[in-house]
Design a protein around this ligand. Structure first.
Ligand code: MG
Length: 218
């Protein structure tokens, strides 16, 4: 399993879990023909899915339709349970650029039957993650441009200000359910513009000041 790598220091941190949010941007919920939630929708990815920039994303044989989703990830520094929104910032270590790679056909199949999303979200290489930037370097995580290109064509172009929950709310909500530990990754959901990737494609994700991912699909 790959650890998180902290930018500049090279420190390695092993996450215990990757917690992902769904439908946190209004326009993405609309393009998925889904309702906006009144509280966060959560699912987990196994940490074994983590890869780095320049590693390859592997399309699994059992999927015919794999999608990219560019997202801001929040990395937990100080663990905790029942963290108040007021104290949430003190539990953050930093931020990364994150790709929530999704086997959309398998997810649609699971959704239609009420099954969990674990298969569609959990394949090896389905969690590309940039180096972690410490929180002190990011003035306002709620105002970061997030852009994604496939083969140099821009596909996603939004800003974290359009998220329907604040990071403080998200940390407060998750920590009521599960203890957060150092290194845990919270992927805050994707804006509109998701789409398919095929073998040979090059995906680039850039989030202002946070990081850049560049991954080929094989
Ligand atoms: Mg996502």
């Amino acid at each position: 399993m790959k650890p998180l790598i902290v930018k500049n220091t090279g420190e390695k941190i092993y996450p215990t879990k990757v917690i992902c949010l769904a439908r946190t941007y209004r326009k993405h919920a609309e393009e998925m023909k889904s309702e906006l939630p009144s509280e966060p929708i959560l699912f987990l990815k196994p940490p074994s899915a983590i890869i780095y920039s320049s590693d390859d994303i592997v399309i699994p044989e059992i999927s015919k339709e794999v999608h990219y989703e560019g997202e801001l990830a929040v990395i937990i520094g100080k663990g905790g349970k029942n963290i108040s929104e007021e104290k949430a910032y003190s539990h953050i270590f930093g931020y990364s650029a994150f790709l929530d790679i999704t086997a959309r056909d398998l997810q649609s199949h699971a959704k239609s039957r009420g099954y969990p999303w674990s298969i569609s979200k959990g394949f090896d290489t389905f969690a590309p993650l940039s180096e972690v930037v410490k929180k002190e370097e990011i003035e306002d995580p709620h105002n970061l441009n997030i852009k994604l290109w496939v083969n140099d064509r821009i596909k996603q172009n939004s800003n974290t200000k359009y998220m329907i929950f604040t990071i403080d709310q998200i940390i407060g909500y998750i920590s009521k359910i599960m203890t957060l530990e150092k290194g845990d990754i919270i992927a805050t959901g994707t804006p509109e513009g998701v789409g398919e990737i095929k073998k040979g494609d090059c995906i680039v994700l850039e989030i202002d000041k946070v990081g850049r991912l560049e991954n080929y699909v094989v």
